[in-house]
Ligand binder design. Structure first.
Ligand SMILES: [Fe+2]
Length: 300
C-alpha cells in the first residue's frame, strides 16, 4: 500500500489489510511452509536475504509471493546509528517492497552499524532526548523515501545503556508519535526485558500508544545462567501468550507473527503454536477482524 505524504498514521492504519496469523519465512522450513500453506495466513521476510539476489533465494521469494501476502522485516536499516542512512540499501529495499507489494514494512528501534560496518546484531540506544530527535528525523526521511507505512519494533537488550534518562516505553512512545509511524510490538521482547531488567510488562504495555500497533511478534526464548535470551529457538511460553491476550484485548492489530529462527522442531509443533495464536486472537477483541479476514481468504 502506497503511503500518501502527510496522511496521519492512525488514518493509514484503518486502511491496512488484516492479514491474520503469519510465520517468518526461513530457508530451513520453507518447504514445510509451502506444503502447509493453508494453515498460514501470511509470511514475513527479512529483506536482506532477498535484495539483489538470484538463484534459490529468488525462486523461494517468487513461490512465497504466489502463495501468501508478504511483509518485510529488516535488520540493517540501523535507524539509530550515527552513520548516514544507506541510500543504496533504501533503494534496494524500496524495489523489493514494490515487488512483494508489501502493505507495510518494519525494522528495529536500534542501531546495527558503526562507521558503515554492519555488526550483524541489534544494539539498544541511549534512552535520551537527543536519541529521540535523531531517530525521529531519520524515520521521517525513510518514510518519505519508501512511501509505504513503516513500523518500528521494540527490541530485546540486556543492559541499560549508560546515560539513559527515560524509561523504554516513554522513549518508544515519543518516537512513534513524533515521527508519526506505527509500532510492531514484540511481546516476547517485552517479557525478556521485563524479566531481565525487572519491570512490570503490563504497565509497560499500558503506557504505549497501542492504537499505533499494526503487528505483533510472538516468539520463544532461552534461559541461560539466570538470564533470558531472546533466541527465537524455543516454544512460546504461556506468560508471553498472556501478554499477547492482554494487547489484543486493548487494540485492534492487522497481523500477528510467530518468529521461529533456529532450533527448528518438527513442523507440526510450529503449526500447533500458530493454532494457539489463532485461538487467542479469536477469543479477544481483535479476534473478530482477524477471523473475518481468514474467512474471506478461505472463500476466495
Ligand atoms: Fe521480534
Amino acid at each position: 500500500m502506497r503511503q500518501i505524504v502527510g496522511q496521519p498514521f492512525i488514518e493509514i492504519k484503518k486502511e491496512l489489510p488484516t492479514l491474520g496469523v503469519g510465520l517468518g519465512l526461513r530457508r530451513e522450513i520453507a518447504d514445510e511452509i509451502f506444503k502447509h500453506h493453508q494453515h498460514i495466513d501470511w509470511l514475513e521476510i527479512n529483506p536482506e536475504n532477498y535484495m539483489g539476489t538470484g538463484g534459490s533465494a529468488s525462486k523461494r521469494l517468487k513461490l512465497a509471493k504466489a502463495a501468501f501476502p508478504l511483509v518485510s522485516h529488516g535488520l540493517n536499516l540501523s535507524i539509530g546509528s550515527s552513520d548516514d542512512l544507506n541510500e543504496q540499501y533504501l533503494r534496494d529495499l524500496k524495489a523489493l517492497l514494490d515487488f512483494i507489494e508489501a502493505p507495510w514494512w518494519s525494522d528495529h528501534l536500534s542501531f546495527s552499524s558503526i562507521d558503515n560496518r554492519y555488526l550483524h546484531d541489534l544494539f539498544p540506544l541511549p534512552l535520551t532526548q537527543e536519541a529521540i530527535d535523531h531517530v525521529v528525523a531519520r524515520v521521517q526521511t525513510v518514510q518519505r523515501f519508501i512511501e509505504r507505512p513503516f513500523l518500528l519494533e521494540n527490541i530485546s537488550y540486556y543492559l541499560q545503556v549508560p546515560g539513559s534518562q527515560l524509561n523504554e516505553s516513554a522513549f518508544i512512545s515519543e518516537i512513534v508519535e513524533k515521527a508519526d509511524c506505527g509500532l510492531l510490538l514484540d511481546v516476547n521482547n517485552v517479557y525478556v526485558n521485563a524479566t531481565n531488567l525487572n519491570f512490570d510488562p503490563y504497565k509497560y504495555i499500558d503506557s504505549l500508544p497501542l492504537e499505533r500497533v499494526v503487528q505483533i511478534h510472538v516468539a520463544g526464548h532461552t534461559i541461560n545462567s539466570g538470564q533470558i535470551i531472546d533466541s527465537h529457538g524455543e516454544a512460546v511460553i504461556e506468560p508471553v501468550f498472556e501478554l499477547l491476550r492482554y494487547v489484543l484485548n486493548r487494540t485492534d492489530v492487522r497481523g500477528i507473527l510467530l518468529e521461529r529462527d533456529q532450533n527448528f522442531p518438527d513442523f507440526s509443533e510450529i503449526l500447533l503454536e500458530l493454532k494457539q495464536i489463532r485461538e487467542i486472537t479469536e477469543e479477544t477483541k481483535s479476534g473478530s477482524a482477524v477471523k473475518s479476514a481468514i474467512q474471506a481468504q478461505c472463500a476466495t
